[in-house]
Design a protein around this ligand. Structure first.
Ligand code: ATP
Length: 361
């Protein structure tokens, strides 16, 4: 039997982009001669919360744990809220439930993709931001102490998680270097000049780097990095940072891409990982068949690439590469892209174009 994929179809445009993504994945798997993936959809999300009062049933978490990987579409709807007014966020709960400590946010501009930067070097933007996703300033979220006169939140960084985070980051940097044929550069982004916790974080970064000779490593303060990500983002390769800093910088990265419709992501733990687009459920365009499926499709390609290493099936990397190349072709041609990228194609026509590009590969 093929690898077991736990699917959360999500809310809003979620199901609309999930169906064509599975078709694209199936096409790529067939093309490289790999066994078809076995998908099972499980309930979660705002719609499920509205019906049952539970946004992420325990049975769904168990199913996610028992799968080889999890493919998650956009979740949440502004119209459906908890009694305290907050939106439901099962995608964040999953990070904690499954211990997904490394949030991977690639920031890559495809040839022909419009970006908000006018500098021609913006076409060379190709870096990845790794956001620690289970601790930092989020370690004790919802536990802040607020009195009449002050408010206190706690930032926690542990050696155990930091070591795993940096080892993952250095392995990923090596893989990127091999694929791109250029030396890897890994930058630790912190605030070590002011906070002792970040000095601790940075020291562990340098310690773990010793085990990965051949990598160029350096460190930068987060405020300077925010400026450089706008001034010269084409210079970076791999950035690794704390949870809250990563939260902010990953949106800055998505901003550089021009459209959220091209931003994939992965949340990785030990032997388990969730793959999902960076965008939300876009209720303003849901049900119209016009959502851009490419971020979800690229997230699916990241899943295959991760499974290739995790399940020792290198052929899946070839399938992932085939999907990325096909997406790059569709974006460059510009004829079958959706409105957010300046085209007039619908969701299905865009995904069909990706499959057609793979057929010719
Ligand atoms: P969340 O807080 O859940 O991330 P959000 O409220 O920030 O969500 P999105 O749902 O991501 O926002 O939508 C922001 C804007 O981007 C909307 O106008 C939406 O239509 C657009 N958008 C998001 N995803 C896509 C997509 N895949 N294709 C086209 N437009 C999209």
């Amino acid at each position: 039997m093929g690898l077991k994929i736990c699917v959360f179809e999500g809310d809003g445009i979620g199901p609309e982009i999930m169906a064509p993504t599975q078709q694209v994945l199936d096409t790529a798997m067939a093309k490289v001669g790999a066994a078809p993936l076995s998908y099972t959809a499980h309930p979660a999300g705002a719609g499920h919360y509205a019906q049952t009062g539970d946004a992420l049933p325990q049975a769904s978490i168990n199913a996610a744990r028992a799968s080889d990987a999890i493919l998650l579409s956009a979740m949440g709807l502004p119209s459906i809220r908890k009694p305290d007014g907050t939106e439901i966020t099962p995608q964040i709960e999953l990070r904690f439930a499954l211990g997904l400590y490394a949030g991977v946010r690639p920031v890559r501009v495809f040839p022909g993709q419009p970006t908000p930067l006018s500098d021609p070097r913006a076409a060379q933007i190709d870096f990845v931001l790794i956001r620690e996703s289970t601790e930092g300033l989020f370690a004790h979220m919802h536990e802040g102490i607020v009195t009449e006169v002050d408010a206190t939140e706690t930032l926690r960084i542990t050696r155990a998680t930091s070591e795993k985070l940096f080892d993952f980051t250095f392995r990923l940097a090596r893989q990127r270097a091999a694929r791109r044929g250029r030396p890897a550069r890994v930058t630790c982004v912190d605030k070590a000049n002011v906070f002792r916790a970040f000095w601790f974080f940075r020291e562990i970064f340098h310690e773990r780097a010793q085990a990965f000779p051949g990598l160029v490593t350096d460190a930068a303060y987060v405020d300077a990095m925010a400026m450089w990500m706008v001034q010269r983002p084409w210079e970076f390769d791999v950035l690794v940072t704390e949870n809250m800093f990563g939260d902010i910088l990953s949106d800055l990265g998505a901003g550089l891409l021009g459209s959220l419709g091209l931003a994939p992501s992965a949340d990785i733990g030990d032997g388990i990982a969730v793959f999902q687009p960076c965008h939300g459920s876009a209720p303003d365009i849901a049900g119209q068949g016009v959502a851009n499926p490419l971020a979800m499709i690229l997230s699916g390609a990241m899943m295959l690439d991760w499974l290739a290493g995790e399940r020792d099936q290198p052929v899946l990397s070839a399938a992932a590469q085939m999907i990325e190349n096909a997406v790059a072709q569709v974006v460059a041609a510009g004829q079958a892209v959706t409105a957010d990228l300046g085209g007039s194609a619908g969701t299905e026509a865009c995904a069909d174009a990706v499959m057609a590009a793979m057929a010719n590969a």
